[in-house]
Design a protein around this ligand. Structure first.
Ligand code: SF4
Ligand code: SF4
Length: 186
């Protein structure tokens, strides 16, 4: 899956961001706050979507229309676009992915598709390169040490942890890829 908004942009501009120091990992409290913000923005986006679908179907709320349109534009420009740009520069190249409502939907689809990062405890040398590479502050190393796959709603499937691992401990997979590997293994 390719997110054309922050995903594509962050990959293209990765060498330039962040400009202020090293990329920072988010602590548990910040992650909790982002998770709550994610749910709130998703709920707001769903309400806006329902509103516009009803409008297209002919429903009319008179003057309320301009209020809704202004509110939506403000949330998009200030709450999302400006915040996303700030997080790009100051926090991490994928800061917006922490609370993006579209990302939440894509994460749900990824979960349905069985997306995961497969780990192999026998190969892990605990170097921490995977955690360093993950812009979404996922503790990939802990998963590798416990030999459990990374299945996380924050994971955007960028594969940077896989590329960063010097011992090829990690491997990107989905239910479809798993099936193909099983068929080929026969
Ligand atoms: S693929 Fe790896 S680096 Fe990318 S978000 Fe998922 S865990 Fe983090
Ligand atoms: S990068 Fe690979 S070897 Fe290093 S801690 Fe992560 S999984 Fe283990």
């Amino acid at each position: 899956m390719l997110c054309l908004f922050n995903g594509f942009a962050s990959e293209v501009f990765a060498p330039a961001f962040p400009l202020i120091g090293r990329r920072k990992s988010a602590g548990p409290r910040l992650l909790k706050a982002f998770a709550a913000l994610r749910r709130i923005l998703l709920a707001i986006s769903v309400l806006f979507t329902i509103y516009w679908v009803l409008r297209l179907l002919g429903a009319s709320w008179g003057a309320a229309h301009s209020v809704v349109a202004t509110a939506e534009l403000s949330i998009y420009l200030v709450g999302e676009l400006l915040a996303a740009m700030f997080l790009w520069i100051a926090f991490t190249g994928r800061g917006y992915c922490y609370y993006c409502p579209l990302g939440t939907v894509l994460a749900g689809i990824a979960r349905l598709a069985g997306q995961k990062i497969v780990t192999d405890r026998t190969r892990c040398i605990r170097c921490g390169a995977c955690n360093e590479a993950c812009a979404l502050s996922i503790d990939v190393q802990r998963h590798a040490e416990k030999a459990i796959p990374v299945v996380d709603t924050r994971c955007v499937g960028c594969g940077h942890c896989v590329d960063a691992c010097p011992t090829r401990t990690l491997c990107y997979s989905t239910a479809f890829i798993d099936r193909r590997r099983r068929v080929r293994g026969r």
